[in-house]
Every structure is written in C-alpha cells, then in structure tokens.
Design a binder for this molecule. Structure first.
Ligand SMILES: C[S@@+](CC[C@H](N)C(=O)[O-])C[C@H]1O[C@@H](n2cnc3c(N)ncnc32)[C@H](O)[C@@H]1O
Length: 246
C-alpha cells in the first residue's frame, strides 16, 4: 500500500500535494490499514514498553480510536475515551474485555487523581491549541500526583520536506506541529516534558515520542504538601518555563 501511495504522490505536483484533502478512513479501514497489529506493535507498543512499566498501572487512553493500544494494558486497569461513536463500537467489539466510552470532548469522565498514565497517541494533531489547553487541565486533574502523559505524534521536522508535505497531504489531522510547538503547549501549561525518542515510521512519517508531567502535582507528591499555599513556588515554575527547561 505504501508503494501505491508513494507512486501516486510522486506523480502529482507540489501544489496538489499540499492542498488535496483525503477523506477520513472509516473505523474498519483505519483499524486494518493504519493500525495492523505488527505495525502498531513495532511503532507504538514497543516504544512505550521500552520506557514505561505498565503492569498494575491504571491507564486512560485519550482518543482511543478503534482501541489498538489497549492490548498492552490490563483490561481492568484500562479505559479508552473517544468522541467517535462508531470507533467506540468497533473497539468494544474487537476488545470486549477492555472498557471504552464515548467522550463528550469536554470533561474526562473520571474522578481526580485516578490514573498513573494517560496515553495520547496520534490525537493532538487533530486538535487546535485552545482545546488542547482545556484538556491539559483535565489531564492534570485526573492524573495521580506522580502520573505522566505519554505522547506520540507525527511532527514537522526541518530538512524533511518530502515527509512534511506527505504528512500534511495524507493525514486527516489539520494540526501537525513541529517539536517546539508540541512541547510549548505543555510547558506553557506547567508541564515538564522529556523527549524520549524521535523516529521515522514507514519511511515517511516523522514521529515524536515524549512524556509530560504536571509540575504542580509532582511537586505535591515529592513534598507531600499543598503548593497552592506556597506562592513563591509558583514563581519558580514560571521561571523554569521561561528558561525553557524540560
Ligand atoms: C489517528 S486516531 C488515533 C487513535 C488511537 N489513539 C490510536 O493510536 O490508534 C485519532 C483519534 O483522535 C480522536 N479525536 C479527534 N478529536 C478528538 C478530541 N477533541 N478529543 C479526543 N479525541 C479526539 C479521533 O476520533 C480519532 O479516533
């Protein structure tokens, strides 16, 4: 399939490449062609498992789609939330032991301090900055004090013009960003980020893999105290952000 796509893209001129919109794939086509098991294992699951111990961890899969990432999580410890009802129905059908619910795109249907990890896999490039900022508040609310967000997104990279154009043409996501823009979204909302890996997927997609930790929550966890009672600490966070440390 990749060969077909590549031969098509090399046969059209640059203007066509950057302006043509591809229709979103149906849930079934998406699941079988974009998330076949071997590809998902190689490009998503192995990276996550290399960096995170998932045993006994409570996991929220944000924008879980057809559920392809639930298989590395224990069924009773996993919830996938997804706005598209058809994708939720297919995920329930494919993975009956895991839990999937329709997401209203506003409030995460969970109590505060519920999750060890939140997966955000190939979701942010579908969402504008303003909405992501709201979600970052929700993520902070539902993460446990030492919890982390695990993010993997396609990104625009310098000196990879073909890949950048291909992703913009081929992908449904209208908000593929560069590395700095993804990280700044988190950092400006008081998250600390750690880039874990950058790699090419299927020769054409640039993938950025990073984790993000809410600074206020992790400080509360480290010192076991309420930082909202300590105005000086807030200044330190802003300072760290300004220096671009992550
Ligand atoms: C490329 S798919 C990735 C699905 C899944 N994370 C995976 O890796 O297979 C992007 C998903 O993000 C979902 N999505 C789009 N807008 C969203 C939003 N505002 N909030 C949460 N999920 C959203 C889409 O419905 C879609 O299922």
């Amino acid at each position: 399939m990749l060969d077909l796509i590549t031969s098509y893209i090399t046969s059209v001129n640059y203007e066509t490449v950057v302006t043509t919109n591809v229709m979103p794939l149906s849930p079934r086509l998406y699941h079988w062609f974009v998330r076949p098991q071997w590809l998902t294992r190689k490009y998503i699951h192995e990276h996550i498992k290399n960096h995170f111990e998932l045993d006994n961890k409570i996991i929220l899969d944000f924008g879980s789609g057809t559920g392809a990432n639930c298989s590395i999580c224990t069924p009773g410890h996993y919830i996938g939330i997804e706005p598209d009802k058809e994708r939720v129905n297919l995920a329930k059908h494919l993975y009956p032991d895991h839990n999937f619910v329709i997401f209203d795109e506003q409030r995460i249907p969970s109590n505060d301090d519920s999750f060890d990890y939140i997966f955000v896999i190939a979701v942010l490039h579908h969402i504008p900055d303003e909405l992501i900022r709201n979600y970052l508040l929700e993520f902070e609310r539902v993460l446990k004090p030492d919890g982390k967000i695990i993010v993997m997104e396609p990104y625009l990279r310098e000196n990879t013009q073909f890949s950048n154009r291909f992703m913009n043409w081929y992908d449904d996501g209208e908000h593929i960003r560069d590395e700095t823009s993804y990280l700044n979204l988190f950092k400006s909302n008081r998250y600390e980020c750690s880039v874990l890996h950058k790699f090419k997927k299927c020769f054409v997609y640039n993938e950025l893999f990073f984790s993000a930790t809410p600074m206020v929550k992790s400080a509360e966890s480290a010192y076991d105290m309420d930082v909202s009672l300590m105005p000086g600490l807030e200044f330190e966070y802003e300072d760290a952000q300004y220096q671009g440390s992550y």
